[in-house]
Design a protein around this ligand. Structure first.
Ligand SMILES: [Zn+2]
Length: 464
């Protein structure tokens, strides 16, 4: 497996000097935002060195992303480019990251990145020729030659994001411009399936998505790779992680998805935990936040300094298994009284006495007392669990995803009440629903692929 964490550790705004030193904890360099080394390998700032906020060069860990989405935190600084080829890739990555914010002229890109106009042209023109980028026709303004903004071409390549859920598959394509296309869902019960059977079904689903059809607006576009989200704990070396635990998909325990799933999907595969990918899809909400996603179970991700922090071994963020009652109901993790046993979809529907979320929403709307009690209990458990998280890590924003986002209006009063009562310092400034309507995981999975492409933008060139 490769590095979902690199989605947050991508080249955006990361300055690097000719010594290959990267920027500090928040990706800030001593110079202006997005400043880059120029084509001669010289740093743009007058000192020739990027520096973090303490005036030091990149930290001694210098590590790049690992398999669990950890690249992006304070210690996750990737080393900068070394040598002309690496520098060219780095600078092209910076330009493409800048273009992800919208069409821009070569002059504007030069100003934004600190590169010379000639360098910008030499880096981008081959991609225009390849049809990855296109020149937008701009209305002439004033005197002189009209600017010709560059943007991603309408038919430019896409990344696929596929999420294996307990009882279904979700997939989408995301363009270089960040636009999601071709969203598909397919009911499929994975609970009793082996890793191979899960891989075969998910691969078929991905292939259909890539091949197109009426439902896929991304049809026919080249696929740069696939991000595969699994609701499991992953550990081990970056290229070949091991499924350590899969409480809701026992057939995956002990599997090595990089081996079991590679070949089943279009392009190189990036495997990651579903909540890690979901958190990655929200790094634009705030640089520091807690993301909680609920499906059958509950997962979570801690976004710190703009990247997902996965802990020393990749297991951080398991908010669903924060204990709120030691004598509570048994949980798939082996413990008792975990948040998931109150606010996970299965637990919630059982407590409410409804068969699915639609029925639960109807019951809530009609004021059904059992449904209201179940949702209040879920909100309280979630609030208690989140208060513990916030007391330990002091993150000021909470984003609720998946089932929780759908029920946010009903859950929020109890969540807020517990947070206000139990947070020692300050409760979170904001508790908000994900705006991705259940697509955060697949967006994040596809974005993880795109982030890898930005660190190796030659993948965009049409294969000979
Ligand atoms: Zn548990």
């Amino acid at each position: 497996m490769t590095t979902p964490g690199s989605a947050a550790a991508g080249p955006r705004g990361r300055a690097a000097d000719s010594h290959g030193q990267a920027a500090g904890p928040r990706g800030q360099a001593a110079g202006p935002r997005g400043q880059a080394a120029d084509s001669h390998g010289q740093a743009a700032d007058s000192h020739g060195q990027a520096a973090d906020s303490h005036g030091q060069s990149a930290d001694s860990h210098g590590q790049s992303a690992d398999s669990h989405g950890r690249a992006a935190g304070p210690r996750g600084q990737a080393a900068g480019p070394v040598g002309p080829a690496a520098l060219r890739r780095h600078n092209l990555g910076l330009l493409l990251a800048a273009l992800r914010e919208g069409p821009a002229s070569r002059a504007a890109l030069a100003a934004r990145t600190g590169l010379t106009r000639a360098t910008v042209a030499s880096l981008l023109d081959p991609l225009v020729a390849d049809g990855v980028l296109a020149e937008v026709t701009a209305a002439p303004s004033g005197v002189g030659r009209p600017a010709r903004p560059v943007s991603f071409a309408p038919g430019s390549p896409v990344a696929l994001g596929i999420s294996v859920e307990v009882d279904g598959l979700v997939g989408c394509a995301v363009g270089l411009d960040g636009r999601l296309t071709g969203l598909r869902r397919l009911p499929r019960d994975h609970r009793d399936l082996s890793a191979e059977a899960v891989a075969a079904g998910a691969g078929e689903f991905a292939a259909a998505l890539a091949a197109g059809g009426r439902a896929t607006a991304g049809a026919g576009r080249r696929v740069l790779g696939t991000g595969l989200a699994l609701p499991v704990l992953l550990s081990g070396p970056a290229m070949d992680p091991l499924v350590v635990r899969a409480p809701n998909l026992p057939g995956l325990t002990g599997a090595r998805p990089a081996a079991a799933f590679t070949g089943a999907f279009p392009g190189p595969l990036v495997v990651g935990n579903e909540a890690t990918f979901g958190a990655l899809a929200h790094t634009d909400v705030a640089p520091d936040l807690v993301y909680v996603s609920a499906d059958v179970g509950i997962g979570g991700g801690l976004v710190v300094d703009g990247g997902v922090w996965r802990g020393a071994r990749g297991f951080a963020g398991e908010i669903g298994h924060v204990v709120v009652d030691r004598e509570g109901p048994p949980c798939g993790c082996g413990g008792r009284g975990c948040v998931e046993q109150y606010a996970g979809r299965t637990a919630l529907l059982r407590a409410a006495g409804t068969s699915d979320l639609d029925a639960l929403e109807r019951a809530l709307t009609s004021g059904d007392p059992r449904a209201r009690d179940a949702v209040h209990r879920a909100g309280s458990a979630l609030g208690v669990g989140l208060a513990s998280v916030v007391n330990v890590v002091d993150l000021p924003v909470v984003v609720l995803g998946g089932t929780l986002a759908r029920l946010v209006d009903h859950l929020l009063p109890a969540v807020r009440e517990e947070l206000t009562q139990r947070c020692m310092g300050h409760p979170p400034d904001r508790v908000v629903a994900s705006r991705h309507h259940g697509t955060a995981t697949v967006r994040g999975a596809a974005e993880a692929v795109l982030a890898e492409v930005l660190t190796d933008p030659d993948r965009l060139r049409t294969p000979a």
